[in-house]
Design a protein around this ligand. Structure first.
Ligand code: AP5
Length: 238
């Protein structure tokens, strides 16, 4: 799945998509919680543009753009990139006509500054989600995170996500979709993962509190088989 592409999968059982005319969905959760994994399924159900800030930044690093050059060091070490860098990138996407009927955001907002910035476009509803905003937080304990991330491999070209134990590719280290060789992300080493977890607790949990106060937060247990977690998500959105 691309970070910015609009995809229509036409799943016949897209019941949620039919029942909701507009959805602005934010996926929150610690690193490795399964945001990207669940987003793939959500994109199948909702014909909405999907914006994953991590994917957008990794593409910028790969293409050696100005954004990528500025972001690389922060990302590799497990720190968040500065708010001003990421806000501009994401705001122009969700303020575009492509996102007029809604969007799925993965990895943004991650700080209170980012949440307040986003609030200037969506989220000012008086606690009833009238503008279609839903914030879904996946709950996964830190020890499970470390196991998940150490066994994660991803496709550098299409972004498909695998887990060497629970969701391995059919052929060892080869992407099922496009045949590319799978990689471990540079920020998936133990030191960077610890920093990412610390950043989540210190900088992103206050974002969950921010949305809780607006009555927009839905917490979902992210432990268990991927299908089961997805069922919980569907239930919480319906
Ligand atoms: P980003 O790419 O967003 O990384 P992250 O939040 O750390 O999340 P991950 O992609 O690591 O995990 P995920 O929750 O998507 O889990 P996944 O589905 O892959 O950000 C990277 C960096 O970019 C940041 O550190 C920062 O520097 C920068 N950045 C991005 N956004 C920013 C922002 N807004 N502001 C500032 N900086 C920003 O699953 C993980 C593994 O678990 C996989 O192997 C998967 O197969 C497996 N798995 C998934 N679900 C299950 C399950 N239910 N059971 C067992 N295994 C499972």
């Amino acid at each position: 799945m691309t970070a910015t592409g609009r995809r229509r999968f036409g799943r016949e059982d897209a019941t949620l998509a039919r029942s909701m005319s507009e959805l602005n969905l934010i996926l929150l959760g610690p690193p490795g919680a399964g945001k990207g994994t669940q987003a793939e399924r959500l994109v199948e159900d909702f014909d909405l543009p999907y914006y994953a800030t991590g994917d957008i930044l990794r593409a910028a690093v790969k293409d050696e753009t100005e954004l990528g050059k500025k972001a690389k060091e922060f990302m590799d070490s497990g720190d968040l990139v500065p708010d001003e860098l990421i806000c501009e990138v994401i705001m122009e996407r969700i303020d575009s006509s492509e996102a007029a009927d809604g969007f799925i955001l993965d990895g943004f907002p991650r700080t209170l500054v980012q949440a307040e910035k986003l609030d200037t476009i969506v989220g000012n509803a008086d606690g009833n989600g009238a503008d279609g905003l839903r914030v879904l937080q996946l709950l996964v304990p830190d020890d499970a995170i470390v196991e998940r991330i150490s066994l994660r491999r991803s496709c550098p070209t299409c972004g498909a996500i695998y887990h060497l134990a629970s969701a391995p590719p059919a052929v060892d280290m080869v992407c099922d979709r496009d045949g590319a060789e799978l990689i471990a992300r540079p920020d998936d080493n133990e030191t960077a993962v610890r920093k990412r977890l610390e950043a989540f607790h210190r900088q992103t949990l206050p974002v969950a509190t921010f949305y809780k106060a607006k009555n927009l937060l839905r917490e979902v247990d992210g432990v268990g088989p991927v299908d089961q977690v997805f069922e919980r998500i569907e239930k919480s959105l319906s």
